[in-house]
Design a protein around this ligand. Structure first.
Ligand SMILES: [Zn+2]
Length: 476
């Protein structure tokens, strides 16, 4: 990790504000993208800078700079202080260093081999081989293989004694096969975003998955459309991932409930009176904020205000207990939250982000869940999604469906879609898969905030069975 001596800056300016903090952020990323066995993109980006925060007259102000000389830091400090002084008479809440805990420590994401040990040639040969492997037949008309490897370092120091650092090794992969015949086009995709090292791209299982993905795209070309009707749905973890993200994660963000995001990302069907009272889902629904799950994409030791991240139940036995809100939002709304104030980079202020939101496994095997279904459909891999501003009415399309008839999995069906309303849907949760059915997925693309911030999230879930779901076939 690169170390800058910020102690001297803190010493120089701390008497000119009620509190001040410095957050240094450095990110190096490499993006590679192969289409149809040809390299289409290879980029390296380095981004680094400092965010300075101050508390003056009970108000938080901030300013960022990529000029890390002592003069650059001075100018940013003066700007943050001036903004804070000017805005203090209009402040929404009284803040102090209580919203910026004096945490100390280190977080290192897990890896076997650091990502900087991967060479460009090594990454390119994996992607080219994956693209070749995806070409199982002439009907696979398009192959796509991409990866982003990212190393992120954050250092934080404050006038009240905070001093911590975090080092993240982050890998995203995406592989896709598109099959076409005279009548139809079908796509299957796999990939993930994890905290891990070079070993992810060195795993030979990756090519076995390429074969399976291509075979399923070909299988879908021959499949009938998904039937339409109200039925049971068994949802695989790679679709549960988005279901949790959109209809649990976002509506529980306290800044959305406060209205901060109403102009852009949207509002919420949840309000502050619901916490501790609302039966959000069936008794089988347990959802946690889990910042410590190994390899999950949004694990961390501290959020970007220095709040130590701890495991918390958001929903227990279906009852809504806690929101996803920073110490600032918790003070403003009077609702319990979590350590989730995060910034996408050095030039953004931390806002309420969901991080790792996981559905706790239950006790059912996949076989037990299938055998309990008279007529329904197994759904895998998100293809399309739509949800309203309140995160209430939603509609999702999946890549792959498989009918369940009289307790048995039968034929594949294409273009499966389903829709519902958030609370009704989660209250129809009727079985939760055991730990053997649990998988973790991540995404680097959760967007929110003005100015815009794109940040990483993680979601773990077992297979889950829902009853009375409106299912329909055809393109969504
Ligand atoms: Zn999102």
């Amino acid at each position: 990790m690169t170390h800058f001596n910020f102690e001297s800056s803190i010493a120089k300016f701390k008497d000119q504000a009620d509190w001040m903090g410095l957050r240094f952020y450095r990110e190096k990323s490499h993006d590679y993208f192969v289409r149809n066995e040809r390299l289409e993109s290879c980029q390296t980006n380095l981004d680094q800078g400092i965010m300075i925060e101050v508390v003056v007259n009970g108000h938080l102000g901030y300013a960022a700079t990529s000029d890390m000389t002592s003069d650059g830091i001075k100018q940013a400090f003066l700007r943050a202080k001036s903004l804070s002084q000017q805005a203090a008479p209009f402040k929404a809440a009284e803040f102090s260093n209580a919203q910026r805990p004096p945490s100390r420590g280190k977080f290192q994401s897990p890896y076997l081999h650091r990502l900087n040990t991967l060479t460009t040639d090594e990454i390119m040969s994996v992607l080219l081989k994956a693209s070749q492997t995806l070409k199982r037949s002439d009907s696979i008309v398009s192959r796509y293989a991409a990866t982003e490897v990212k190393e992120t370092q954050i250092q934080y120091i404050s006038s009240s004694g905070a001093q911590w650092e975090q080092d993240f090794q982050l890998v995203t992969t995406q592989f896709q096969a598109t099959a076409q015949n005279a009548k139809d086009i079908q796509t299957r995709t796999f990939g993930n975003s994890l905290q891990a090292g070079a070993e992810i791209l060195q795993d030979p299982k990756l090519f076995e998955q390429c074969i399976m993905t291509a075979e399923e795209a070909l299988e879908l070309l021959e499949a009938e459309n998904c039937p339409t009707g109200v039925m049971d749905v068994l949802i695989a973890p790679d679709q549960m991932n988005l279901q949790i993200h959109e209809s649990i994660g976002h509506p529980l963000e306290l800044d959305r409930i406060l209205g901060d995001e109403r102009n852009y990302a949207g509002w919420s069907l949840i309000n502050q009176t619901h916490f501790g009272k609302l039966q959000f889902g069936s008794k089988l629904l347990n959802v946690v904020f889990d910042p410590h799950q190994e390899n999950e994409f949004a694990s961390y030791g501290f959020d970007d205000t220095g709040n130590p991240a701890t495991y918390e139940f958001l929903i227990k036995d279906g009852l809504l207990l806690r929101g996803l809100g920073s110490l600032e939002s918790q003070k403003r709304l009077g609702v319990p939250g979590v350590a989730n104030a995060r910034a996408s980079s050095w030039n953004r202020a931390p806002i309420d982000r969901m991080a790792n939101i996981n559905l706790v496994p239950g006790s059912s095997s996949v076989e037990e869940m299938i055998s309990s279904v008279q007529y329904g459909v197994l759904l895998k891999s998100n293809k399309s999604w739509s949800i309203d501003d309140y995160r209430n009415k939603f509609q999702f399309g999946c890549e792959y469906g498989q009918l369940i008839e009289n307790g048995k999995l039968t034929r594949a069906v294409k273009n499966p879609n389903y829709r519902g309303k958030t609370l009704e849907f989660w209250n129809n949760l009727k079985a939760v898969g055991n730990p053997k059915t649990y998988e973790t997925y991540g995404s680097p693309y959760c967007g929110k905030g003005e100015p815009s911030q794109i940040i990483r999230v993680g979601h773990g879930s077992p297979y889950c069975l829902f009853s009375h779901v409106e299912v329909f076939g055809g393109l969504s």
